[in-house]
Write a protein that binds this ligand. Structure first.
Ligand code: UT7
Length: 324
């Protein structure tokens, strides 16, 4: 994982918008977030996370045959940021593409990467999730700017004869809700004009209440579907790693799924909502904190713009001795 060095506590945001540490903590569970410096853009954090993942996997970069970068905040609209990462890492044999599924991007990417390996098309796949919401937020909109942080996480996937890795995945979307989390201008539907720029059309906007309601419902149902598709029941799940957007969403999930809170890994307080990076940041910290053992059954679940949502069950396949 890679996060910017700059830590911004809730108190600092009270100088920008009419908010308070108490409001942010009680409504979201967030205490601080990491915000990128101007020279820390998406490909920079994505490359740093990928370098760590490659080193920890003990593989040669030349083995990587595909780079999937899940992001909705690319370096620029075109070309794919995944190609910049491929060049940064000097991967001579890799295809590369961006995958846009907002906060669900890592679970989507993990699924696509796994399926590419299972199809026999690729042997080693690098899946990265990186988002820098600090660049698309309106820092005068208290309804959004207090919620997000920047970060990147990465994993290396390889074929194994053992029953490890992705056991099941449920990917869903509901584009009729596209307006609830969006950047209105800057694409082909509304190309950016000076007027749209003045009106803030290039900023991210969100209808938080609507997102909240759908997130709780859809992460619950897709989690249950993923667990059933893996041939398991919810009590067989050792660790749940949900998208880290709001502690109240995570608590509601715990109640509905009847997963004991002590099995749910949460690092939201320190990073805020890092969009696609949130699940791999939590996965990385859960591994480092000794939550994951060889054979652990891990439930991942995320929800984001689109709407998109995704849940997956993973059988952790790395001996803890390899995880620093
Ligand atoms: O990553 C993609 C998924 N995203 C999410 O999952 C986000 C889901 N949504 C949420 O987490 C919550 O809906 C929010 C945290 C965004 C908002 O929490 P809420 O409990 O739904 O608050 P609200 O929007 O209903 O606002 C309650 C009050 C309002 O004031 P009034 O109308 O009651 O006087 C807001 O104006 O809180 C006010 N408010 C704030 N006050 C202080 C909104 N933002 C702030 C703020 N500081 N930053």
């Amino acid at each position: 994982m890679a996060v910017p060095a700059r830590v911004v506590a809730n108190a600092e945001l009270t100088t920008l918008v009419d908010t308070s540490d108490e409001w942010i903590r009680s409504r979201t569970g967030i205490g601080q977030r990491r915000l990128a410096a101007p020279d820390e853009y998406t490909s920079v954090l994505a490359t740093a996370a990928a370098q760590q993942a490659i080193a920890r996997a003990g593989i040669e970069p030349a083995q990587i045959e595909l780079v999937i970068l899940a992001t909705c905040t690319p370096d620029r609209l075109f070309p794919a940021t995944a190609c910049t990462v491929q060049a940064n890492l000097n991967l001579p044999h890799a295809g590369a593409f961006d995958l846009v599924a907002a906060c669900s991007g890592f679970v989507y990417g993990l699924t696509v990467g796994t399926r590419m390996i299972q199809s026999g098309a690729h042997r080693t796949v690098l899946v990265i999730a990186a988002d820098l919401f600090s660049h698309i937020l309106n820092w005068h909109d208290r309804a959004t700017c207090v919620l997000f942080g920047d970060g990147a996480g990465a994993v290396v996937l390889q074929a194994t004869p053992e029953p490890l890795g992705l056991l099941s995945a449920v990917l869903r979307s509901a584009g009729q809700h596209e307006q609830h989390m969006a950047i209105a201008a800057g694409g082909t539907r509304q190309p950016l004009t000076p007027e749209l720029l003045d009106a803030g059309g290039h900023f991210f906007t969100m209808n938080g209440g609507e997102v909240y309601r759908h997130a709780v419902r859809d992460m619950t149902t897709s989690s249950l579907e993923a667990v059933a598709a893996a041939g398991l029941t919810i009590d067989a799940i050792d660790v749940m790693i949900p998208h880290q957007a709001n502690i109240r969403i995570i608590d509601a999930l715990a109640n509905r799924l009847m997963v004991p809170r002590e099995r749910i890994f949460v690092n939201l307080e320190r990073y805020g909502n890092t969009s696609a990076a949130s699940v791999p940041l939590a996965l990385c910290e859960a591994a480092a904190a000794g939550w994951l053992n060889a054979g652990s059954r891990v439930l991942l679940s995320a929800f984001g713009g689109g709407f998109t949502w995704a849940s997956a069950v993973v059988r952790w396949g790395i001996p803890t001795t390899l995880v620093p």
